[in-house]
Design a protein around this ligand. Structure first.
Ligand code: S3P
Length: 443
């Protein structure tokens, strides 16, 4: 059995909820990934009471990362990485940061934190690295402005300058389905007068609403509509389940190498496991078993069973938001399938950590496969990869997807900069080896 680091999406949210809680929180299994560290450090800057606990957790993180993943690969109960223990004095005790809130590579950190600081009576400046600095932020700025905060972006991109203020509830319809925007508006809604409602064109991951409901907040969910009202939560306690988006790489690697695999302690929230349905259509048999539910988040194991040949499939526009982070690995699996695979309406991939549609097309070509990226659609030809040298351009999910696909290529391949996996999956290379992948790293 292998484990994967704690879920990044859940970690950002539980960290925010811990730092803004009225009371003590204890969180096990936070991943030592760079994105989650970014959220923790920004929260330390605005939440003085939570700062010692956040700092102590962050200091413990290098030890886990130096273990190259062996800590969570040995134990998959989510309790092996350092434990976070923080005291909070509630949302009203959030203070002005003394410098910029640097969100690193993480759009989730930036967008969710924008929702939090919009309710503070101070100025915050949210910045990020080069990749994050070119990502669209008006989608979150516009609803927060409508709620009463003064929010400025730089041509729609970071830095975001926010002068928070008294907020009022709004009814917001998102144009692009985005769990980050939904989360930001709901977090701001906890501090607003009146109800705040978010309606999405298609369902997205629902970690914010699950955590809030588990903490007793007045959250109502009807289809793709979520509403919340002013609420101050108390502390929370739980173990973050393993990240299914990280597990997807291992499931794909096992399928391509014909290995049996059990991933334990992994999140099984249905808004995150749709990639298993797509893989099933491609011919990969898996079984899920829920063994626990923490703060409304189900967790358990994914078993990869022996399967046959891979076949090409259609991934429809409607299911795209539910596999948004798994498209890189699904596309690389598709390059080994018989027949074409279509990803329809995947335009959002152009504004992720990199232009993932262009990156995937380039990577598949470099590894000797065939692919077309037409506007919003990606069409992977299938038929196998010859092997080659691929450059994921610093994007963690492209790096891992290329590495997994290379395991089944005709000749050995070189994936440049695979260390970018640390953004979400420190220990990725060791995990691949653990399931039988032949991987060498060169400094
Ligand atoms: C995330 C939502 C998704 C996803 C990202 C994490 C989240 O982004 O791609 O990796 O935690 O809310 P969008 O909501 O912008 O699609």
């Amino acid at each position: 059995m292998v484990g994967v680091p704690g879920d990044k999406s859940i970690s950002h949210r539980w960290l925010i909820l811990a730092a803004t809680a009225n009371g003590r929180s204890v969180i096990h299994g936070l991943p030592p990934s760079l994105d989650v560290l970014s959220s923790a450090m920004c929260l330390a800057a605005i939440s003085p009471r939570a700062r010692p606990g956040l700092d102590a957790w962050a200091r413990g993180v290098p030890a886990a990362a130096e273990g190259h993943g062996s800590t969570w690969n040995l134990r998959s109960d989510g309790r092996s990485s350092p434990v976070l223990e923080v005291e909070g004095e509630g949302r009203d005790a959030v203070v002005a940061p003394s410098g910029d809130l640097h969100c690193g590579n993480s759009a989730t950190a930036m967008r969710l934190l924008a929702g939090v600081v919009s309710a503070g009576r101070f100025r915050s400046v949210l910045t990020g690295d080069d990749s994050l600095s070119s990502r669209p932020m008006e989608r979150v700025a516009a609803p927060l402005r409508a709620m009463g905060a003064s929010v400025a972006t730089s041509d729609g991109c970071p830095p975001i300058v926010i002068d928070g203020g008294p907020l009022k509830g709004i009814q917001h319809r998102t144009r692009v389905p985005s769990a980050q925007v939904k989360g930001a508006v709901l977090l701001a809604g906890l501090a607003a007068d009146g109800a705040t409602t978010v309606e999405e064109p298609l369902p997205t991951r629902d970690h914010t609403e699950r955590a809030l409901a588990a903490l007793g907040a007045p959250v109502r969910v009807e289809g793709t509509m979520v509403s919340v009202e002013r609420f101050q939560h108390r502390g929370l306690e739980g173990a973050v389940p393993g990240d299914p988006s990280s597990a997807a790489f291992l499931v794909a690697a096992a399928a391509l190498t014909g290995s049996r695999l059990e991933v334990g302690g992994v999140g099984l929230n249905p808004t995150r496991t749709r990639f298993l349905d797509v893989m099933a259509r491609m011919g990969i048999k898996t079984e899920q078993r829920v063994s626990s539910v923490v703060l409304d988040e189900p967790a358990g194991s994914i078993d990869v069973l022996p399967g046959g040949d891979l076949v090409g499939v259609r991934v429809e526009r409607e299911e795209l938001p539910l596999v948004i982070d798994e498209i890189p690995v699904l596309a690389m699996l598709a390059s080994h399938a018989r027949g074409e695979t279509w990803f329809l309406g995947a335009g959002e991939l152009r504004v992720k950590e990199s232009d993932r549609l262009a990156g995937l097309a380039e990577g598949i070509h470099s590894l000797g496969g065939d692919v077309g990226d037409e506007g919003e659609d990606l069409v992977v030809a299938g038929g196998g990869l010859r092997g080659g040298v691929a450059d994921p351009r610093g994007d963690h999910r492209l790096a891992m997807a290329f590495a997994v696909a290379a395991l089944a290529a005709d000749a050995p391949s070189v994936i440049e900069g695979v260390e970018s996996a640390d953004v979400s999956f420190p220990g990725f290379v060791e995990a691949l080896r653990e399931i039988g992948g032949r991987v060498e790293t060169v400094p």
